[in-house]
Structures are given as C-alpha cells and as structure tokens.
Ligand binder design. Structure first.
Ligand code: LHQ
Length: 265
C-alpha cells in the first residue's frame, strides 16, 4: 500500500492497480489527486516489474471530475477563477502521464465517470465497465468545455457527431450504450469487475511489454500527433468559459442541489 492521500496503489505480480480514493464525493479530483496520479504513473513507467496498470475507483463512483467545492473557492481570487491555469497545473500533466506511459493502462469503471473523470478513462488504452458504470460529459452542465484531452479523445473513439451529441447535452450514458458507442470494450456484472479487470491485466502483463509500449507510441503519433497543442487550446478555452455567468451558475446550482438557470452569458 502507498503513502498517498487521495489514491491507493497495490501491485500484484506485474499488475499495478491504482484506486482513486475519495469515495464520499465519487472520487472527485481535488488539488492533491492529479499530482499523486502523475507520481504513480511516473513510478510505474520507471519500474520494470510493472507491466500493466489498472485504474479504478473506490466506492460507487469511478471519478466525478473536478471537485466543484474547490472550483467555487477560486471565485474569490482576484481576476476570476483562472481555470486555464488549473487545467495546466493539474490535468495536462495527468493526461500526458497516462498517454506517454509505454505500458498498457486499463480503466476498470466501477461507477460514474463524469467530466475530467470521463476524460481520464478515455485516456487509458482500454476500458472495462461494471453494468452500473456510466459516462457523463458533465462539463456543459457547468458551462465549461471538455478538457483533459476529451476534445480529441471523445471524437476519436466514437466519431464527431456522437461526441457532439454527448458533449453538447451532458446526458448520462449507461454501460450498455457505452459499449455500443465504443466508449468501453467490455461490460461485466458489478461483482465481477475487479476479477475480470485483474484477469485482463494479467493477460496483457504477460505479453511483450516493449512491443505494446512501442505500439502505443505509434498510435499516439498516428492519432494524437497534435495532442499537446490541443491540451493547450483546451486550457485557453477553459479560461474563457470559466469567466462566464453560466459557469458560475452551473457550479453554484450543483452545490446548492438545484437546477441551473442558464442565460447564454
Ligand atoms: C461532488 C462532485 C464533484 C464535488 C459528486 N465535486 N462533490 C473543471 C473545473 C475547472 C478546471 C478544470 O477542469 C474541470 C473539469 C471537470 O471535471 S468539469 C466537471 C466537473 N464535474 C461535474 O460537474 C460532475 C458533478 N457531479 C454530478 O453531476 C453528479 O454527482 C454525478 C452525475 C457525477 C453523479 O450523480 P449521482 O449518482 O446522483 O450522485 P450525487 O450527485 O448524489 O453525488 C454524491 C455525492 O458526491 C454528493 O455529495 P453528498 O454530500 O450530497 O452525498 C455530491 O455533491 C458529491 N459530488 N460530484 N465533482
């Protein structure tokens, strides 16, 4: 076990399992979690005994995205919430750590993956979902744009029109529809998820790790050649969206547990 505050790590043979561990808020990402994840993925890259990584969540959620309590605190800062800086500090290093790890990474989706939580799942190489899992492109519900690579990864995985439908609406997609859309590769019963993910990871870990890593590098070059530039664009657009009335209304409404009233401003 690890000394991290927001994640747990455990290695079984050649498989490292990283568990997001803020279950009371469906593993929302606070100021600490992204850095701890980057540390864990970087350590996995440097450790030859790790040949596959599984990323999952504790409790009933996978990850509900950015912790909105923390986002609201940023409104007290002079000149606005500076969401572009937040994206650059926390989310760009995280998504790059996952995509540049030259070992297979499986997301084992135990529950809802919302906002940046969905993007983190999409950045993994493969996804296996519990039948209780779901995806929510929650950004629009709080007046924001998809980030953590989602503007590239979501259309890449499911096509531009379907990505537009989900990103514009913020609708919740259940595990079965996620399978049909190509957001996940496998769906299993909830009580079988951990075992099925571990078995899949063990299979991958027993394959030629170097060849898989080089394949991932080639896939990145072929399909995500402009990824770093796109992440910078997302940060710029997030900065802009973070200054809108609709963004503040969306976050405030969520925290006050009421429906938002958007004005387009
Ligand atoms: C939460 C959260 C949460 C805090 C559930 N925060 N408490 C954003 C900002 C800036 C820059 C960088 O990038 C980003 C990227 C993003 O990730 S934007 C998207 C942020 N995430 C969201 O907007 C999702 C907010 N959550 C939800 O819409 C729902 O919770 C979902 C659909 C995920 C799950 O719904 P339910 O299954 O009905 O669960 P719940 O809403 O009852 O949540 C359970 C608890 O978790 C609840 O607390 P409570 O004290 O009432 O038990 C929620 O307040 C808390 N929670 N997500 N992101």
């Amino acid at each position: 076990m690890s000394a991290y505050q927001t994640i747990l790590t455990e290695q079984d043979g050649a498989v490292l399992t990283i568990t997001l561990n803020r279950p009371d808020v469906l593993n929302a990402s606070d100021a600490t979690m992204p850095g701890e994840l980057v540390s864990a993925f970087t350590a996995a890259a440097d450790d030859p005994s790790v040949r596959c990584v599984v990323l999952t969540g504790a409790g009933r959620g996978f990850c509900s995205g950015a912790d909105l309590g923390g986002v609201r605190q940023r409104y007290d800062e002079p000149d606005g919430p500076h969401l572009g800086a937040l994206v650059r500090e926390r989310y760009i290093p995280l998504v790059l750590a996952i995509r540049t790890l030259e070992k297979p990474v499986i997301a084992a989706l135990n529950g809802v993956a919302a906002g940046a939580g969905s993007s983190i799942a999409l950045a993994c190489d493969l996804r296996i979902a519990s039948e209780r899992a779901s995806f929510v492109q929650a950004f629009v519900r709080i007046g924001l744009i998809p980030d953590t690579g989602a503007t590239m990864l979501l259309p890449l995985l499911i096509g531009l029109a379907r990505a537009s439908e989900l990103a514009f609406s913020g609708e919740r997609v259940d595990a079965q529809r996620a399978l049909e859309l190509g957001l996940v590769e496998r769906v299993v019963a909830a009580d079988e998820l951990a075992g099925a993910a571990a078995a899949w990871a063990a299979e991958l870990a027993a394959l030629p790790t170097m060849a898989i890593g080089l394949t991932k590098r080639a896939f990145n070059r072929a399909h995500l050649a402009n990824f770093a530039a796109q992440l910078e664009l997302e940060a710029d657009l997030m900065e802009q969206a973070g200054r809108t009335h609709d963004h503040r209304e969306g976050v405030t409404a969520f925290l006050e547990k009421r429906a938002p009233v958007f004005t387009g401003q």
